[in-house]
Design a protein around this ligand. Sequence first.
Ligand code: 5GP
Ligand code: ZN
Length: 139
Amino acid sequence: MSHDCIFCSIIDGAIPCYTVYETDETLAFLDANPLEPGHALVIPKTHHERLGDLPTELAARVWETVSELGPQIEFAVGADSMTIGMNDGAAAGQEVPHVHVHLVPREQGDGAGPIHAAFPGQQDVPDEELAELAESIRS
Ligand code: 5GP
Ligand code: ZN
């Protein structure tokens, strides 16, 4: 629990939210500034800033909630699809430093595009570079 964390205050009940799903270890609620109707956030009930800070078991519980809830939101709002993602770290756009997964309902032709649209300057990477990167990540 972090006293200056908005999401910890939501878990505490000090800040109200529209809960859509809850387990012993996770909470899901509607985003206050939805990108689309039904945009929800899934969070662990303990304070961890980044995905890499989460114990593996808790990360699994968060993902269980995401996979249970995603289709339920899609059905409830009559969406075609979902974009599911995280802004993990400040450079990626994370504003609330408490791990959260965004679930955003999507409609055919809504114009938002795939996650790839966030990276317009994509370049071809030679195979040797891919091999080096894979080696460096594995080790
Ligand atoms: P981030 O940029 O950190 O990935 O996204 C944080 C999200 O939290 C934003 O989409 C923002 O609208 C949402 N948010 C911030 N404060 C509150 C709040 O007090 N209540 C709710 N329900 N959502 C919030
Ligand atoms: Zn927190």
